[in-house]
Design a protein around this ligand. Structure first.
Ligand code: HEC
Length: 159
C-alpha cells in the first residue's frame, strides 16, 4: 500500500483526506486509472488549441484586414490594389481589369497560404519591382489575415 501513497502528491492528499474511501478496494486503482486517462485527455485539449492557433483566427484577420488592407483593397472591387474575392488558388497578377506592375503580372505565383505568407512578409524581396509598399512583420498577424482571406474564396467575385 505504501507505494500507492507516494504515487503522486495529489493521490497522497486525496487518500489522506478521504481515509474511508481509500480503504475501499478499487479506489486507489480508480485514482491511478484517472491519472492515466487525464494525461492524454489534457494533451488532446492542448493539441486542439495549438491546431486552432496554427489555422489562424478569422475574426482577428478580418479586423486586421479592415485596419491595414482596406485602404487599398476590397473584396469585390478593384481600388488602389486588386480585389481579393477568390484570391486563394488564383494566379498572382491575374485580375484582367486591374493595372498591375509588370513584375506582379509576370510573376509565376499562385496564391495559397505559403505564397501569401511570403508576399505579406516582404513583397519586394518576393517579387522585385512590384508596387505594394506594405508588409506585415508579425507572423501571427499574417496567419490571421490569411485565415480571413481564405474565407473570401467561397464568395462569388464580381467581374
Ligand atoms: C497602400 C496600398 C495597399 C495596401 C495598404 C495594401 N495593398 Fe495589397 N496591393 C496593393 C497594390 C498596388 C497591389 C498590386 C501590386 C502590383 O501590381 O505590383 C497589391 C497586391 C496585393 C496582392 C496580390 C493580388 C493579386 O491579384 O495578385 C495581395 C494578395 C495583397 N495585395 C494583399 C494585401 C493585404 C493582405 C494587405 C493588408 C495587410 C494589403 N495588400 C495592403 C496595394 C496595397
Amino acid at each position: 500500500m505504501a507505494a500507492f501513497f507516494t504515487f503522486t502528491p495529489s493521490v497522497t492528499v486525496a487518500t489522506s483526506t478521504l481515509p474511508a474511501l481509500s480503504q475501499r478496494p478499487g479506489f486507489v486503482a480508480w485514482l491511478k486509472n484517472l491519472a492515466v486517462w487525464l494525461l492524454p485527455i489534457s494533451m488532446l485539449i492542448m493539441g486542439a488549441d495549438a491546431l486552432a492557433a496554427s489555422a489562424g483566427d478569422v475574426q482577428q484577420g478580418q479586423a486586421l484586414y479592415e485596419a491595414r488592407c482596406f485602404g487599398c483593397h476590397s473584396v469585390d472591387a478593384n481600388r488602389i490594389g486588386p480585389k481579393h474575392a477568390n484570391l486563394i488558388g488564383r494566379k498572382a497578377g491575374s485580375i484582367s481589369d486591374f493595372e498591375y506592375s509588370p513584375a506582379l503580372r509576370g510573376a509565376k505565383i499562385v496564391w495559397n497560404e505559403k505564397t501569401l505568407d511570403r508576399w505579406l512578409q516582404d513583397p519586394e524581396s518576393y517579387v522585385p519591382g512590384q508596387q505594394m509598399d506594405v508588409s506585415v512583420s508579425k507572423a501571427e498577424d499574417r496567419k490571421n489575415l490569411i485565415a480571413y482571406l481564405k474565407t473570401l474564396s467561397t464568395k462569388t467575385a464580381k467581374k
